[in-house]
Each structure stands twice: as structure tokens, then as C-alpha cells.
Design a protein around this ligand. Structure first.
Ligand code: PMP
Ligand code: GLN
Length: 382
């Protein structure tokens, strides 16, 4: 008997990150493609995980998360953003930021709902909307600064608009929201039933002393927002796949209905470890300058190449245009760089549904100095 299924995501293939990392391995290339650090995570934090396991924290924690971790997160939000949130009813620990986003969308989207997504967009957003039978409404960030055109947002709002998805700092562009963006956002959603999903997985990685415009700063917006975070991304342990979502108590009640039958509760020892690690504020306050140093070092090295930088204000990515070097498609260039020059990158057209090609490729600079130096030595051959 032939068993068949109707694909829920017929147009989806393998993610560009997986494709480029596999190609990098195959050609022994320096991998500045997929976003993950190649340096070790904090030993203090791994020691705390070992200690937690040895002390017996190996059974389920509550569905919403380990209580001391929720409490320290609420304290952190209050200290950083001056917003008071309730640890028990407004935070849920999730297996990664991607899961938090998927769960939020699945919690609220009904068939036919429209969701505004800015492109270039992180690869999971559109499939996450489509699998819920909702409709992505795509708006280009304005090249080359990758800012939001709020007039276009206003034009695209319809009675079916259910949600606006933000990614701040932005992957792949490194752009960040400014205070005026929040003013526009507030004006757009005021007196509507529109929800916001704010993907802030690069929360602490905002550079040049610019304040992170987290939705958590704005209690009136938080009431209608799901704000998603990733411990993996900021604490240099992407393989942990641990994150969290913050929202209003009533939206969180619905979020947990979905979460409890999918994951139920997340890895306990990591949560116990993070609860103690985050007591030291330096564990997160030091992250921006640490990563900014890497951005600056990479930028300085890249000046020896023919690539032209686009600004990176946050995240651990920097985009470069190669328009003055070659007119080949960005995917072709990324493949050629991996195979012939030995450096893997990500073509930014992969973040557009229509494959828009502005001749821009993304580099991940969350790497050891030696890795960045080795990559740039190779790129100088171009
Ligand atoms: N959103 C963005 C913009 C990301 O870059 C990532 C990193 N992969 C995620 C979400 C997901 O993070 P996690 O690995 O915690 O699922
Ligand atoms: N967020 C990572 C990136 O943008 C990749 C994570 C993944 O491979 N899904 O490179």
C-alpha cells in the first residue's frame, strides 16, 4: 500500500543555514554563514549546569518554568526596562526562541488572518504563519538601511490584519528599531485589535550604546505583544535551544494551553543554572561590548577586501554588498566563495520569499579572532 500525505508546507525546502553549513563542511571552508559562536560558552554556566544535575535537578520543573528563573527574569526586566511584570503569569520558558514564536502564532492565528512580516525575514516566520492557514503580508525593509516604511505599513493594514511581526535587532541585517519606530508602531495599532510579535533573541547584542528598544519598555504595547527571547543566542550556547516568551497574563494563559501539550516543560538543570548565573548582572550587561568588539575587529579586517559594509547596529551579523565586485546572483556568489575561496556566508536573497537580490551577503562575526582572520585572508584573494 502506498501511504501519501498532503504537505502542509509544499513550497518549503531545506533551510539556507543547513545548506551553507553542509557546503562549508564539504569544502572545509571557514564558516561565517550559519549564526553560531565558535568559541566556548561561559565555564561558570556549564559548571552551574553540572552542579544542578549532581544536586538532583533532573525531573520536570513546572510547566511555565523553574520558579527562581522566572523571578530573576522579572527582576532583570524591571532593572533594564523599568517595567514590572509578574513572574508567575507573564513568562514561560520554552525550548528556544523559534518555538516561542511558533507557539505564539499558533495560539492566536485563525485561518485567513493577515500577518505583517518585514523582509528580509528570519526563515521560520512565513512557514509559521502559513502552517496556521494565515496569510503573510510582506513589506520590504528599505534598502540599504533596512528601516521600516511606516506609511507602507499603514497602507497594508486591513480589517483582517491580526499581527505585526518585528525582529529587533534584525537578522540578517543588523538593523535596530529606534524610538520613533515605536511611536509609529503605537499609532498604527492604537484602537485596533492588532497583536505584535517581537522577536528579540539578540536582546543584549545592541551596539554603540544605543538603548535596545524592547517592547518590554512599553507596558501599553506589551499588553498586545508576545516578546520572544533565546538564552542560546545570547549566552553562546545555541545548542541548548532554550528561550522564553513574555506577554500579558491573559495572552499567556492561551499560550500555555498550546505549550503544555507540545513541550510541557523544558530542560531543568539548565534553568536552575541560569537562575543563579543571571543573579550577576554582568552576565548580560557585558554582552554588548564583547560582541561589539568582534563586530569592530571584523569590520577593520574586512577593509582589506573589496566588499562594502552595510551598517550593523546589533545582532551578530554584518552584511556586505559586493555590487562593485561582481554582478552574479548572491546565492551563486555564496556558493562560489565557499567552494573556491573557502569562506561560507549566507545570501540575503534567501530571506525574501521572492528571492530579492540586492547583491548582499551576510557574515556571522560571533567567531574567534583567528577564525575571522583566516576568513578575511581568504576573502582578500577576491
Ligand atoms: N529568531 C531569530 C531572528 C534568530 O536568528 C534565531 C536564531 N536561530 C531564532 C529566532 C531562534 O533562536 P533559537 O535557536 O533559540 O530557537
Ligand atoms: N539563527 C541562525 C542564523 O540565522 C540559524 C539557526 C538555524 O540554523 N535555524 O544563522
Amino acid at each position: 500500500m502506498n501511504v501519501t500525505v498532503t504537505s502542509k508546507l509544499p513550497s518549503v525546502g531545506t533551510s539556507i543555514f543547513t545548506v551553507m553549513s553542509a557546503l562549508a563542511t564539504q569544502h572545509n571552508a571557514v564558516n561565517l554563514g550559519q549564526g553560531f559562536p565558535d568559541f566556548p560558552m561561559s565555564k561558570d554556566l556549564t559548571d552551574l549546569v553540572n552542579e544542578a544535575m549532581n544536586k538532583g535537578f533532573n525531573q520536570y520543573v513546572p510547566m511555565r518554568g523553574y520558579t527562581p528563573l522566572l523571578e530573576i527574569l522579572a527582576e532583570k526586566v524591571s532593572g533594564l526596562y523599568n517595567t514590572s511584570i509578574d513572574a508567575g503569569s507573564q513568562i514561560t520558558i520554552t525550548p528556544g526562541g523559534t518555538y516561542a514564536i511558533y507557539t505564539a502564532l499558533t495560539t492566536v492565528l485563525q485561518p485567513g488572518d493577515e500577518v505583517i512580516i518585514f523582509e528580509p525575514a528570519y526563515d521560520s516566520y512565513i512557514p509559521n504563519v502559513e502552517i496556521n492557514d494565515a496569510v503573510p503580508v510582506l513589506i520590504n525593509l528599505q534598502f540599504p538601511e533596512y528601516r521600516i516604511d511606516w506609511n507602507e505599513v499603514k497602507r497594508k493594514i486591513t480589517p483582517k490584519t491580526r499581527m505585526i511581526m518585528l525582529n529587533n535587532p534584525n537578522n540578517p541585517t543588523g538593523s535596530v528599531l529606534r524610538e520613533e519606530d515605536i511611536t509609529h508602531l503605537r499609532a498604527v495599532v492604537q484602537d485596533t485589535n492588532i497583536l505584535i510579535l517581537s522577536d528579540e533573541v539578540y536582546e543584549h547584542l545592541v551596539f554603540d550604546k544605543v538603548p535596545h528598544q524592547s517592547i518590554l519598555r512599553y507596558p501599553d504595547l506589551l499588553e498586545r505583544s508576545f516578546v520572544c527571547f533565546s538564552f542560546g543566542k545570547v549566552y553562546n550556547c545555541t545548542g541548548w535551544k532554550l528561550g522564553y516568551c513574555i506577554t500579558s497574563p491573559s495572552l499567556m494563559e492561551e499560550f500555555r494551553k498550546v505549550h503544555q501539550f507540545n513541550c510541557f516543560s523544558c530542560h531543568s538543570a539548565s534553568q536552575v543554572a541560569l537562575a543563579s548565573f543571571l543573579k550577576n548582572k554582568e552576565s548580560y550587561l557585558s554582552l554588548s561590548s564583547f560582541m561589539q568588539e568582534k563586530r569592530d575587529y571584523f569590520q577593520q579586517l574586512m577593509m582589506q577586501t573589496k566588499f562594502t559594509p552595510l551598517p550593523s547596529y546589533g545582532s551578530y551579523f554584518q552584511c556586505y554588498t559586493y555590487a562593485n565586485i561582481s554582478d552574479e546572483a548572491d546565492k551563486d556568489l555564496s556558493i562560489r566563495l565557499t567552494k573556491e575561496i573557502g569562506v561560507a556566508t549566507i545570501p540575503v536573497s534567501a530571506f525574501y520569499k521572492a528571492g530579492t537580490d540586492n547583491k548582499v551577503i551576510r557574515f556571522c562575526f560571533a567567531k574567534k579572532k583567528e577564525t575571522l582572520e583566516a576568513a578575511v585572508r581568504k576573502l582578500m584573494e577576491l
